[in-house]
Design a protein around this ligand. Structure first.
Ligand code: F6P
Length: 530
C-alpha cells in the first residue's frame, strides 16, 4: 500500500492544490467533533488517496491495537508495560492490568491531589512563612513540558499561587528562578517518574539546600511525584508527601495524573476536572467514530501522507494563540520521542521514514521569523495551523480578528502563491523596467502549492486544551501503529545519558580523557583549560 501511495504521489505531485478546491471537497475534507473543526482541504490528498490511506488503517489493525491500548494490554512490548494514560482521565468504569482494576487507585490519588491543592490554595497547608505564594516544579521532559505548557495555556483560569518550572541542569535555570522567590512561602514539587533523572535530582538537591538555609524544616515544603516510592524515600521525602503513579503511564503522557499537580494547584480542581473531561471526550471520539470521521485517525493519515509518502521531513505546528507558545515544544517530545525510531516493534528496520521532525512557534511571531522559508524556500514544510473562534480578551476583539485574518492569510498564501504575471505587474507599478523589473519580479513570486491543515477550536478552555492534547496523543499512536513503531519506549535517549555520566569525572579532572576519540579529548581540554 505504501508503494501504491508513493506512485500516486508521483502522478499528482505537480497538480495544484487550489485546482482541487470545490464545494464537495470543502464538505468532505474536514472532521468536526465537540467544538473542534479540522480542515484538510488544502492538501494534495484527493478522494482516491484518501481511500487508500484509510485502507492503511484497516491493513495495519489500528482499531484492534487501539482497543488493546484502552483495555490495558501490554502494548509497550519492549518494556512489557500497559499504556494507560487514558485511564488517568476516567472517573468511572474499570480497566484491568494483570487482573487488577486500576481505576480505584487512580481516583484515590486524584482525590488526594485535589485535597492537597485545595489546602494549598486556602492556606490550610502552608509554608513556614505563611500561605504559599509560589510553587516550583522541578522535572524534565514529560515531567516538565506538559504542566509548563498547560500552565501558560490556561492562564485565564489560574487562581492559585504562581508556578515556576525548572528543568535544565544548567545552574542558571534554578538560580534565576529561585533568585526571585521567598523560601518561606515556596512549595517545591520534585517531579520524576523514575526519580533517577540526573537533571531533576541535581536541581532538587540545590533547591533543598536553598530552602534549608532559610527554614527549619525544609523537607516539609517538598512533595514528590513519582512511580518509585523507594527512590523518593531514599531522597528523604516521606510517603505522605508523595503522589505516586504506575509504570503504565509514560513520561510524555503523564500530565493527566500526579505530574499535573502544579496545574491543579494553579487552576483548581474544577478546571482540572474539565481538562480531564475534554481529554475523555476525545478518547470517546477516537474509540467510537468511524475511521473517515475520526479526528486522530485523519490527522495521522495526513501526517503519513506528508512525511512517509511525499517525503517532507518536517512539519510545523503553528498555533495562532500566544498562550500555546510551549505547545510546539510539548509536541516535539510527544511526537519525536514516540515515533522518532528507525526500528520497528519487531526489531527490524522500518521500511519507511520514521516520524517527522516537529517544530513551530505561535503565529503571528513566526511570520516575522521563519515563514520566509516556508513560503519561498526549497523545502516543503506542511503546516498545521490552529486558531480559536473566540479569545478570552473580549475587550480586545480587534486583536483577535487580526490574528484570525493572519492565520487564514497564511494558509491561503501557501496554497495559492503568487504567479510571475502578478509579480510583474506589481513590480511595474513600483517603477521598475526591463531587466531590473524581471529580477525584482522573480523575487516576488510565491510558488504556492504548499500543503497545510487548520484546526479551529471554540476557545482555549481547560476542556478544549484537554481535547487538543488527547487528539495529538492519539494521532501519534495511530501514526506509530501504521509505521509499525512502539510509540511508548525511548531507547534513543539512553546512550547520551550513559556517556554524560562517564564524562562528568573526566571534566572535573578525576578521570583521564585518554579513552576518548581525539575530537572529544580536544573539546575536554578546551573546556578544562584556564
Ligand atoms: O530522557 C527521556 C525521559 O526518560 C523522558 O521520556 C521523560 O519524560 C524524562 O526523561 C524525564 O523522566 P523522569 O520523569 O523519570 O525524570
Amino acid at each position: 500500500m505504501f508503494q501504491e501511495l508513493k506512485n500516486k504521489f508521483l502522478s499528482v505531485c505537480k497538480r495544484r492544490i487550489d485546482t482541487l478546491i470545490d464545494q464537495a471537497r470543502v464538505d468532505i475534507f474536514c472532521v468536526e467533533t465537540d467544538g473542534l473543526f479540522f480542515d484538510y482541504s488544502k492538501t494534495n490528498i484527493d478522494l482516491e488517496t484518501r481511500g487508500k490511506l484509510l485502507e492503511l488503517v484497516v491493513n495495519t489493525d489500528v482499531i484492534a491495537r487501539r482497543d488493546a491500548m484502552f483495555f490495558g494490554k501490554k502494548i509497550n512490548v519492549s518494556e512489557n508495560r500497559a499504556v494507560l494514560h487514558t485511564a488517568l482521565r476516567k472517573s468511572t468504569g474499570r480497566v484491568f492490568v494483570d487482573g487488577k482494576d486500576v481505576i480505584p487507585a487512580v481516583l484515590k490519588t486524584r482525590a488526594r491531589m485535589f485535597d492537597f491543592s485545595d489546602a494549598v490554595q486556602t492556606g490550610k497547608v502552608s509554608g513556614q512563612g505563611g500561605k504559599y505564594t509560589d510553587v516550583v516544579n522541578i522535572g524534565i521532559g514529560g515531567s516538565d513540558l506538559g504542566p509548563a505548557m498547560a500552565y501558560l495555556a490556561l492562564k485565564p483560569y489560574t487562581n492559585g499561587p504562581k508556578c515556576h518550572y525548572v528543568s535544565n541542569i544548567d545552574g542558571a535555570h534554578i538560580h534565576d528562578v529561585l533568585a526571585d522567590l521567598n523560601p518561606e512561602t515556596t512549595l517545591v514539587i520534585v517531579a520524576s517518574k523514575t526519580f533517577t533523572t540526573v537533571e531533576t535530582l541535581t536541581n532538587a538537591k540545590t533547591a533543598f539546600k536553598w530552602m534549608a538555609d532559610s527554614v527549619s524544616e525544609p523537607g516539609a515544603q517538598f512533595v514528590a511525584l513519582s512511580s518509585s516510592k523507594e527512590k523518593t524515600a531514599e531522597f528523604g521525602i516521606p510517603n505522605s508527601q508523595v503522589f505516586g503513579f504506575e509504570d503504565w503511564v509514560g513520561g510524555r503522557y503523564s500530565l493527566w495524573g500526579p505530574i499535573g499537580l502544579s496545574l491543579v494547584i494553579a487552576i483548581g480542581k474544577e478546571h482540572f476536572s474539565n481538562f480531564l473531561n475534554g481529554a475523555q471526550s476525545m478518547d470517546e471520539h477516537f474509540q467510537k467514530s468511524e475511521k473517515g470521521q475520526n479526528l486522530p485517525v485523519i490527522m495521522a493519515l495526513v501526517g503519513i501522507w506528508h512525511a512517509q509518502i511525499c517525503g517532507y521531513s518536517t512539519r510545523a505546528v503553528l498555533p495562532y494563540e500566544q498562550r500555546l507558545s510551549r505547545l510546539p515544544a510539548y509536541l516535539q517530545q510527544l511526537e519525536m520521542e514516540s515515533n522518532g525510531k528507525g526500528v520497528g516493534i519487531e526489531g527490524k528496520d522500518l521500511l519507511t521514514k520514521s516520524g517527522p521532525i516537529v517544530w513551530g512557534e505561535p503565529g503571528t511571531n513566526g511570520q516575522h521569523a521563519f515563514y520566509q522559508l516556508i513560503h519561498q524556500g526549497t523545502h516543503v514544510v506542511p503546516c498545521e495551523f490552529m486558531i480559536a473562534k473566540q479569545s478570552h480578551e473580549a475587550d480586545l476583539k480587534h486583536h483577535h480578528q487580526l490574528l484570525q485574518a493572519n492565520c487564514l492569510a497564511q494558509s491561503q498564501a501557501l496554497m495559492s502563491g503568487r504567479n510571475i504575471e502578478t509579480a510583474r505587474s506589481m513590480t511595474a507599478k513600483l517603477g521598475f523596467m526591463g531587466k531590473e523589473l524581471e529580477q525584482q519580479a522573480r523575487q516576488r513570486v510565491f510558488e504556492g502549492n504548499r500543503p497545510s491543515t487548520t484546526l479551529v477550536y471554540s476557545k482555549l478552555t481547560p476542556f478544549c486544551l484537554g481535547q487538543i492534547i488527547a487528539l495529538y496523543e492519539h494521532r501519534v499512536f495511530v501514526e506509530g501503529v501504521i509505521l509499525g513503531i512502539n510509540s511508548f519506549d525511548q531507547w534513543g535517549v539512553e546512550l547520551g545519558k550513559e556517556l554524560a555520566t562517564e564524562l562528568a569525572p573526566v571534566l572535573d579532572g578525576s578521570n583521564s580523557a585518554t579513552n576518548y576519540d581525539l575530537s572529544t579529548q580536544n573539546l575536554v581540554s578546551k573546556l578544562s583549560s584556564e
